[in-house]
Ligand binder design. Structure first.
Ligand code: IMP
Ligand code: MG
Length: 174
């Protein structure tokens, strides 16, 4: 079956929105250092672009979580594949994710990281599919709310492909 990718959010739209998010975060964390926690691999493109737009001091750490299940659905059982290198105690943690879908991964991660005694913990996601939510998750910064379609690009994959697209697209099977 042939696949093609239809552009949902162009590179210019995504870049513009990330700049706005960076400005909002810089205002909200004025006088503080923000500790960005990237959820690999999907969050990495977004986090790099966002970090460049933040004007308060930034530190970064990375973790990798996988939810057991097929490539297009999360099961709710989250496995920590790579934990953070540094403790979170007394830091202002901002989790940076590519997408909140069912919310299962994030509700698990927020609870787990919140138990490590950070000064604060917030969530920033590039994309949100609110229609798909099964678990309550408080999202503090959202790039775009999108409809219930499977998207790729800007870090998001379909079977590990398309992460490098500089825009957000929908995979179509022709
Ligand atoms: P959740 O636990 O259902 O919120 O799923 C979160 C994870 O599922 C995301 O971090 C992505 O890795 C993956 N995911 C959910 N929706 C999409 C999508 O439309 N495209 C690519 N990956 C997705
Ligand atoms: Mg992810």
């Amino acid at each position: 079956m042939a696949e093609s990718v239809r552009i949902l959010l162009s590179e210019e739209e995504v870049d513009k929105r990330i700049k706005e998010l960076g400005e909002a975060i810089s205002r909200d964390y004025a006088g503080e250092t923000v500790h960005l926690v990237c959820v690999l691999k999907g969050g990495v493109f977004f986090m790099c672009e966002l970090a460049k737009r933040i004007t308060v001091p930034v530190t970064m750490d990375f973790m990798s979580a996988s939810s057991y299940g097929s490539s297009t659905k999360s099961s709710g059982v989250v496995k920590i594949v790579k934990d953070l290198d540094e403790p979170l105690k007394d830091r202002h943690v901002l989790i940076v994710e590519d997408i909140v879908d069912s919310g299962r991964t994030l509700s698990y991660l927020i609870k787990m990281l919140g138990d490590r005694d950070p000064a604060s913990i917030k969530l920033c996601t590039l994309l949100d599919k609110p229609e798909r939510r099964v678990t309550d998750v408080k999202v503090d910064y959202t790039g775009f709310e999108i409809p219930d379609e499977f998207v790729v690009g800007y870090g998001l994959d379909y079977d590990q492909r398309y992460r490098n697209l500089p825009y957000i697209g929908v995979v179509e099977f022709n």
